[in-house]
Structure formats: C-alpha cells, structure tokens
Design a protein around this ligand. Sequence first.
Ligand code: NAD
Length: 496
Amino acid sequence: MATIPSIATPAEQQDAFVLPAATIAGAPVSNGAPDATPIFNASTGATIGWQEQADAALVDKAVRTAHAALASWRATTPAARGKLLKKIAELIESDRARLSEMQMQVSGKPPVEADIDVGDAAATFNYYADLCLDEKAFAPETLALPDDSVTGERFYEAVGVAALIVPWNFPMVTTAWKIAPALAAGCTVVLKPSEITSPVEHMIAAIISEAGVPDGVINLVNGGGEVGALLTAHPLVDKISFTGSTASGKKVMQTAAQDMKRVTLELGGKSALIVRADADVDHAVMLAVSGAFTNAGQMCSATARILVHDDVYRKFMAAFETAVRAIVVGPPQASNVSMGPLVCAAQRTRVQSLVEQGVEAGASIAFSGRLDQACADGFFMAPVVIAEPPADNLLWTDEVFGPVACVKSFRSDEEAIALANDTRYGLVATVVTADREAARRYKTQLRAGLVWINTPQLIFPQICWGGLGLSGIGRELGLAGLRSYQELRHALADAS
Ligand code: NAD
C-alpha cells in the first residue's frame, strides 16, 4: 500500500496531495479524479489535498478482495495476528509526529488533543495485540453439561468481511477501535473513512500494510454516504461497524436487516454532567469545560447538558463564565490554544443555525467565549453557554455537535436523575460529588453506557464503549469489542 505524499503545508499548496479513490490489496486505485472533493485545513480554510471518490465497481472490488483474503487470514493463529498488531502499534508510535500533524491540519485539533488521539490509536492496537498474544480469549471452552454421555464446547470464529464506517470527529481513534479488534478476530475489512478527514485513515492503512498485514486483509474506499450505503448493502459483507449520526445509523440498520448482517452502531448522544451541592466547584468547572468544549464540542460524548444544584449554581456559573472566557480558540500552532475550529464550513453553519433557532425558540445565551484575529480564515466558532433553556428547546433536547453547552439548576438527586435521563439517547454521563454513596446511586440510575464520577472523560481500551437507546447497539473496545467481530458457536459430541 503506498504511503500518501508528505503533508502539504500552506506554503506548499501547489503540491496538494490526491488521495486515490480506493486502496485495494495494498495498491492505490485511482480513477483519474473526475469528481475529487477537496480536503481542507480546518484552521485556514485552505485546500490541502483532494480525495477521489470510489464508485459501485470499486466498492464491489474492495469487498471481493476482502472476501478472497478471508480464509487465509482467519486461519492464522491469534499469536501471529498479535505480532502484526504490535508492529502496527509501534509504527503508529514512531510516526506520532506526522500523524498528529495531519490530524491538526484536517481537524484543527490543538496539539495536545491530536497527540492524545495518536496515543489512543496505538494503545488500542497494543491492547488487542496483547489479547491475541495471550490467546486465552480465543481458546475453546469446555461446557459443564447435565448429561455425561455428551461433551460440549463453546468457541468463537471471525464473523467474516467487516465494513467499517467512521465519522470525522475522532477519525484515527474511531478507525483504530474498529480495525484492531476486527483484525484480532480474524476478519478482513473494508474501511470507509469520512470524506472530510480521510488523509488520516490513508496514513493508518499505509502503516498497517507496512507492518506486514497481508494484502487484501484491509482495503479502503473513499466517499460519502452513498459509498457507505453501497458498502453496507454488499452481499459479501458479513458485519457492519458504523459510527456516526443516529439518522444514518437507522439507515445502516435497515440495510443490514436485508441479509441479517451483524451490526455495531455507535451513534449520537445528548449527555449530562451533574454537579451536586457537595461538589468541588472548581473541579466541576474544569470537567464541564472539557466535557463540553474538547474537540470544539464535536464529541458524541459531549456532556452539553450541565445540571447544577441550586446551592452552588451561582458560584458554578461565575467560575464557568471565567473559564469559558479564558478558552483560547485558535489554530493548532498558536500558543496556549485550547480549542480549535469546527471541522468544516458546513458544520459551522449547521451549529450556528441551531443556536439561532434555539434562541428564537426562547433559549438565552448567558455568556460566550471569544475569537481573536488568528481565527479569521478557518471554521472557528466561539463557545456558547445557554442558561436555563426551556425543557423543549432544541438546544436542550437535540445533539448540537459543536461548542454549545446548556446549564440548568436542580434541587434534588431525583430531579437531577430525571432531567439527565429525559432523553432517548444514553451514551455517557458525568457526576461530580464528594459523596461516594450518592455516586453509587447515580451510577446505577443514570441511563448511560459509561458513567464518569469526578473524572474527565477517560477511556481505556480495557473498558467498553457504547450507548443505550438512540446512542446505538453493541460495544466497542474491551473483550466485548473483540467478540463483536466473532460468532459465538457451540459443538456437542458423544462422549465415547
Ligand atoms: P454521519 O452519520 O453523517 O456520517 C458518518 C459516516 O457514515 C461517514 O463516513 C458518512 O460518509 C457515512 N454515511 C452517511 N450516511 C450513510 C449511509 N446511509 N450508509 C452508510 N454510511 C453512511 O455522521 P457525521 O456527521 O460524520 O458524525 C457525527 C455523528 O457521529 C454525531 O451524531 C456523533 O454523535 C456521532 N458519533 C458517535 C460516536 C460514538 O462512539 N457513539 C463517535 C463519534 C461520532
């Protein structure tokens, strides 16, 4: 698989790269770029490259290639796959600076956030490498049965060809969360990155090839929703792992139903952060800022509904305002930058329009952050905080996916839990409290796949990621992440 050309800095615009429409069996497949779409630098708005689009024939070729590679890849030992996954993790670590740089260009992420993403991707490959090298998770298990005349065995087998579809907000991370367990399980894959941030995935795909993963085991097709739809509908795809909006996830699930394809759906969220009366308010403010404005709020896990106990509401709001006004919004290379731009012009227009609609419907802006001149050309937007929105206001009810947080007060734990759970999503929640017993109650009563108590949004490959309700189906990461690329099977034999 060819590595993509070196990153084009703004001074090198004439050398902008062109990403091939697909990478199949280790080779770039160009279609002459008749309908190539631009890749932007989110902080400057400049075009840094172009991406060719795959068509139905290329999607078919990519899936057939993955299908042809399946039998031999599935037959490799977990230990052999583990060695390759380790090598991928090492190569990601050694390419850390270049991967961070590309992530900063296409997403505008501040250096710290871009670097965390690379570290997370490497950690994920390392985790699944260790799981493979240990081999226990792959060993058949003997069953205790009530009948001595038969023996029973439970075992796991790779599902088959996996279609992996990812969004643009954490491209490298989301891709690693899917590719690492898929390869560990013995699946072959066709990856479709987001059309907005695909250079990062092209780099990861090149690293996977460089590590020695056989040609055909991982393939990549470029394109938007139409290409994703072609991929999910392909009859030779056995498993779909999709991360994106709930609206697209519903379509993916409908398509999967035609062939009973296995599906994992990681979808949207509208999560809550709860500040109890006994909370350390400064710590709560720090968690509120990072929960709402990391990655410019473009997080499925954004805790953009902030619930604050009446007793500390005024103190919290004063400190929150100071903290939000202190957020330095700017391009990654600016000093002390703590929030980057939105990913593209359309995303900024969308978020700004939602704020306007929310305000027209009765939400009031309590305070906002600020932009300075360095933000003139990119897709920047200042953080916005809404106080006490009406319960039916769209800024309170709908996923905004931008730097917009709402704050509401509450008087009792019951009220806080009811407000937090008053959503059809159920991805994550944060509770800030000094009371361990209260934390235990919140942990069980909040409807969320993951609850953080007094911590930032920590995620480790050892835990599982995924939501309840409209936030999706299935879990990524951890042992469950591996199992989601395996079929659980049983065999019974006579004991003689
Ligand atoms: P999106 O649904 O528009 O697109 C996501 C991906 O799916 C893209 O690659 C896109 O090209 C593809 N796609 C779109 N329509 C498709 C279809 N019909 N069939 C197959 N593929 C299709 O989402 P987005 O705007 O790129 O990302 C933002 C959304 O993703 C938010 O709702 C966010 O909450 C969600 N998200 C969820 C998680 C999670 O882990 N739960 C993580 C990140 C983002």
